[in-house]
Design a protein around this ligand. Sequence first.
Ligand code: MG
Length: 157
Amino acid sequence: MRAGIGYDSHRYVAGRPLVLAGEVIPHDRGLAGHSDADAVAHAVTDALLGAAALGDIGTHFPPTDERWRDADSMAMLRQVVALLGERRCEVVNADVTVICEAPKLGPHAAAMRARLADALGVDLDAVSIKAKSNEGMGWIGRGEGLAALAVATIRCA
Ligand code: MG
């Protein structure tokens, strides 16, 4: 068994959809980024790569590469799960905390969890998503952006 941690943050901007764990969440702004800026997918991807000691999301999907412009980050996550599979590693579980002042993510947690479980190839009860506000403090409190933390464990043969 191996564990990895992932962290990601993106700035809110007008004119983009807010996509978290592949779920489009109604909000007046979305996240800026080269890909679809899905901070949950990115944090989980980095947690898996960290668990396998296979670098990070930036080395596998460089933001300078036009292939990943507006890319579906859940597809990138699936690619990393496949990469682990080639190395005879499988995902055991993932636990995610999303920190943002708005929108309220509680109503969307179940859908996000189901999408993550599907991408990771695990049962629903192997995936957890929790949402926190930052109690109005700092850049998250001011609503400038959103952050996601993820821990994942993998089992390798
Ligand atoms: Mg990111």
